[in-house]
Ligand binder design. Structure first.
Ligand code: ASP
Length: 344
């Protein structure tokens, strides 16, 4: 029995650049061993940490194939007896990687992602506390069955709902539509609410993606499932979207408010939706796009009539993760609409 710890880099593992490197500033260079050595209280966890250093990169460099490989490795660790999984990584893309994992994690064992906002060279780095909380959650029976979780600032967030909401605050992770689903209090994991979690994604043959990760190999993901994200802005003429369907297999639109765009953009999006799946989300950061309230050209009902798929409560970043996985798994338009109805 152990908790499997995978390290990917990020601020939590950053330290001054190597001697003679000439650069100021920090880079990812601490190992999992360095990280765990800096955490008082880990010895009281009750189970050992099985540390695997996978990468040491800023999270802006992480890719879908790398995350799928990580899920496969974590899945093997669980099959070998790990009671839970912890991943340390940069916070910049954590809301996306956590949701990617959540969509395909089929095990009851907790899969907990964490990181830090203040690097270890600063006063009051938050990495050690976050890592300790993540390990406590990963080892905690009440956290089983909740999919992928984010541990930060002694709060527990469901991957489906969590957002990075501040560029520097240690309280950056929040779940605007839901709030944290639990807290770590004096080392005790308290789950306060268990939000519903749709079944993980099936692939084209109805087999689990995970375990069949080979079906989702890197080439398939990159070449067959390139998904763009387009944020609609004031007086938007849509020229940036010209020819998008020649380079992309799907598009997520972050529209105004409840899912609106300028009327001039509506036919542009409608014609794209004739050729590739286009998912409608809101750029506001919380709340759902609507389905049947407004009817002007460019409104949510007009865009749905033109073939856009309603993203529901999924924010644009998470909608893009879901659409890319679905396309990579060979989903057709009906499958995609059904998946967004379930997850959105
Ligand atoms: N730029 C860093 C990263 O995402 C930020 C962090 O780790 O908090 O890797």
């Amino acid at each position: 029995m152990s908790v499997a710890l995978f390290t990917l880099g990020g601020t939590i593992s950053m330290a001054g650049a190597a001697e003679g490197g000439g650069a100021s500033g920090v880079v990812s260079r601490l190992t999992g061993g360095d990280l765990t050595a800096a955490v008082p209280g880990l010895a009281d966890l009750g189970v050992p940490l099985d540390v695997r250093d996978v990468q040491a990169v800023p999270s802006s460099n992480l890719t879908f194939p790398q995350m799928l490989d990580l899920v496969e490795a974590a899945s093997r660790a669980v099959a070998d007896g790990a009671v839970g999984v912890v991943v340390t990584q940069g916070t910049d893309t954590l809301e996306e990687t956590a949701f990617l994992v959540d969509l395909i994690w089929r095990h009851p064992e907790p899969f907990v992602l964490t990181g830090a906002m203040r690097n270890p060279t600063l006063a009051g780095p938050d990495g050690p506390a976050n890592l300790l909380a993540a390990a406590q959650i990963a080892a905690s029976p009440p956290a089983r069955g909740l999919g992928a979780l984010v541990a930060f600032n002694d709060e527990i967030h469901a991957a489906r709902w969590v957002r990075k909401t501040h560029s520097t605050s240690t309280a950056t992770f929040a779940s605007p539509n839901l709030g944290p689903i639990g807290q770590v209090i004096e080392g005790q994991v308290r789950i306060l609410v268990r939000p519903p979690r749709p079944e993980p994604l099936p692939n084209r043959n109805g087999t689990a993606l995970l375990g069949g990760t080979a079906l989702l190999d890197a080439t398939a993901l990159l070449d067959v499932a390139r998904v763009g994200l387009y944020t609609v802005v004031l007086d938007d003429d849509g020229v940036l979207l010209d020819g998008l369907d020649r380079t992309h297999q799907g598009l997520v639109v972050a529209g105004f408010g409840v899912g609106h765009v300028p009327s001039a953009l509506a036919p542009v999006l409608g014609s794209l939706a004739d050729r590739i799946p286009v998912v409608l989300t809101s750029r506001t950061g919380a709340g759902s796009v609507l389905r049947k309230t407004y009817s002007a050209v460019g409104s949510e009902s007009d865009l749905q009539r033109r073939g856009l798929i309603n993203g529901g409560l999924l924010d644009p970043y998470k909608a893009r993760i879901l659409l890319r996985l679905l396309l990579a798994a060979g989903a057709d338009r009906d499958d995609i609409a059904a998946a967004f109805a379930r997850h959105g």
